[in-house]
Design a protein around this ligand. Structure first.
Ligand SMILES: *Cc1c(COP(=O)(O)O)cnc(C)c1O
Length: 240
């Protein structure tokens, strides 16, 4: 039986067509709710994609790239070291990889326990003179197998992370349950925005990132307040 999935990029489209499609849809969604499209950053999630694929976006002005697997990512970061990319780690953070993350990435969006925050801060102090940008990952739909902290644990974790001068706490990241209906997804994004705004009061001026929305749901995410959408499939084509 054929089961259709939501908006999968058609492989035969050119990279120019894919970019245009995503950028136009993002703009339209922003304008629909009176937001300035320039305030929404598109993070190109390049996991399982090659250096050549990444270069295809670089020549069109993309600079922010997301990766989910440290071992897969590092050779790509190495080859592209002088390309001026900003690298975001969006995968599960394993304690034994924190040193490599702190050394090679500019952002870690998926912090969900103080232990890894401390390890990242310690490693960053040793290996870099600049702070590591971090987001707290929120398990917004309380899925048992998903990374992220529950909503009620977020304020404490944010406060604890802010004690480390080597970490710049930028905001929140979430991946809603992909099986949920669109109304439920919208509701999850809305709760993320409420949490993000509530914490704005107690955080620094650098609290500016609400990272939510992927290929299947980025339009809803923008309507509900995302400042960064993380797009893989719609930009690069399907992952095998
Ligand atoms: C893979 C991934 C994405 C991109 O997913 P697409 O549906 O291909 O756009 C975004 N965020 C995270 C955390 C991911 O792991």
């Amino acid at each position: 039986m054929f089961v259709s999935s939501p908006e999968v990029a058609i492989p035969t489209l050119s990279i120019e067509q894919r970019i245009k499609h995503v950028v136009n849809k993002a703009r339209t969604s922003a304008r629909r709710v009176g937001r300035d499209p320039a305030q929404i950053k598109i993070l190109a999630v390049s996991k399982q994609k090659t250096v050549a694929d990444i270069r295809g976006l670089l020549i069109h002005g993309f600079r922010d790239f997301g990766e989910s697997y440290v071992v897969e990512a590092l050779p790509k970061l190495d080859v592209l070291a002088s390309a001026g990319c900003t690298w975001h780690y969006v995968g599960v953070v394993q304690s034994n990889k924190t040193k490599r993350l702190a050394q090679h990435f500019d952002w870690v969006q998926s912090i969900d326990r103080i232990h890894v925050g401390r390890r990242l801060a310690d490693a960053r102090a040793e290996l870099s003179t600049t702070a590591l940008n971090v987001c707290v990952q929120v398990n917004i739909d309380d899925e048992p197998t998903k990374a992220g902290v529950s909503v009620d644990q977020v304020p404490d974790l944010v406060e604890q992370l802010q004690q480390f001068p080597q970490l710049q706490v930028r905001g929140l990241m979430a991946i809603p349950n992909p099986k949920a209906h669109r109304d439920a997804t919208r509701h999850s994004f809305r709760r993320m925005r409420e949490l993000f705004e509530k914490l704005q009061v107690q955080t620094s001026a650098h609290w500016d990132t609400l990272s939510m929305g992927m290929t299947g749901d980025y339009e809803i995410a923008i309507e509900e307040g995302a400042t960064m959408i993380r797009i893989g499939t719609a930009l690069f084509g399907p992952r095998i």
